[in-house]
Design a protein around this ligand. Structure first.
Ligand code: BTN
Length: 331
């Protein structure tokens, strides 16, 4: 990023932090704080609106973000984290993708990163992950493994189980898994997991686990999402669960992921197999597995002890290691 781009980002972020309190701040005060004119402040506020932040302005009082923002805070996340390993946690205001950020880092292999906004969030199968500002969680965790791809077989499924464990501990129920690792509530997507690997595919490798978890998002921010989605805020309202801050969610998510990763090298997916099957959204249902140009119909049976999908097809039971599952016809 250019030096002027960095300055602009810094100014933008400084305004976000000031307006996060939900109170009105005059254009003049904001200008003094940033050392810029009121016209420049107005331009920054326009940019924030463009990023999906809802703004209110009242003549004579200034600008506010109604309801304020619940911003992430590295120290709060670290204080709430329940794990015994040393872990570096970065909280970035804006990044292209938290997965890409971690991939570029040198230093400790165990490292976590959150961002308030991703300009190029990535989903599975080349999709975008729409990442509006200061609303959801965009998290990546780096971990190293011996044994390459074989050692991490089923890991994304196990982490899906971890997300649901975290939700149940906070009294949120009815969340299910779609193979391999979509987290769904009433067939709408609540979270997704993207695992990327660098290093030796058969030996020592570094795995970057990216999780996008919808916490609270208004329809304007989600207008470019091309599939049914849901956010925790509405599930919590429906289930009468009191407010939980984004920092608590962030720490809870990391805690659960680290618990799974800490023993995965030795135990693999087998200890999570039964729990995954019990949480499967499509078990016993007619589904279609799409993989590139191929489509296979079958009844979803479960998953193997390495996380492969078991489908009962016209040719009998078959196992699959890649693809996208969707519901097929009337059940
Ligand atoms: C999916 O398609 O279901 C996976 C979505 C993964 C999104 C997360 S958000 C944090 C991390 N950074 C990215 O660019 N992607 C992952």
């Amino acid at each position: 990023m250019s030096a002027s781009g960095k300055v602009e980002l810094g100014a933008l972020w400084s305004i976000v932090k000031t307006l996060a309190d939900g109170k009105y701040h005059s254009g003049e005060d904001l200008g003094v704080q940033l050392g810029v004119s009121r016209a420049a402040v107005w331009k920054y506020l326009q940019r924030l609106e463009g990023l999906g932040i809802v703004m209110s302005s009242i003549k004579g009082r200034g600008y506010a973000i109604p309801g304020g923002l619940d911003l992430l805070d590295q120290h709060k996340i670290e204080a709430l984290l329940e794990c015994s390993i040393p872990l570096t946690v970065d909280v970035l205001p804006i990044v292209d993708s938290t997965n890409s950020f971690l991939m570029k880092q040198e230093g400790p292999s165990k490292r976590a990163c959150f961002a308030e906004f991703q300009t190029a969030g990535r989903g599975r199968r080349g999709r975008n992950w729409i990442s509006p500002m200061a609303s959801n969680l965009y998290c990546s965790l780096g971990w190293s493994f011996e044994g390459g791809a074989a050692a991490v077989e089923g890991l994304s499924l196990a982490l899906g189980v971890g997300i649901i464990r975290m939700l149940k501990k906070r009294s949120i129920f009815g969340v299910e898994l779609k193979w391999p690792n979509d987290v769904l509530y009433q067939q709408k997507k609540l979270a997704g997991i993207l695992i990327e690997m660098t290093g030796d595919p058969a030996g020592y490798c570094q795995v970057i686990i990216g999780v996008g978890l919808n916490i609270s998002m208004h329809t304007g921010q989600a207008k470019n999402i091309d599939q049914p989605w849901v956010a925790l805020a509405s599930i919590m309202e429906e289930q009468g669960v009191p407010y939980i801050s984004r920092n608590e969610w962030a720490a809870g998510l990391l805690t659960e992921m680290i618990a799974i990763l800490s023993s995965y090298q030795d135990s693999g997916f087998a200890p999570y197999q039964d729990e995954w099957i019990s949480l499967a959204a499509h078990r016993g249902l007619n589904v279609e597995l799409l993989n590139g140009q191929t489509s296979i119909a079958g009844v979803m049976q479960g998953v193997t002890e390495t996380g492969a999908l078991q489908l009962l097809t016209d040719e009998g039971e078959r196992r699959f290691y890649g693809g996208e599952v969707s519901l097929r016809g009337p059940q």
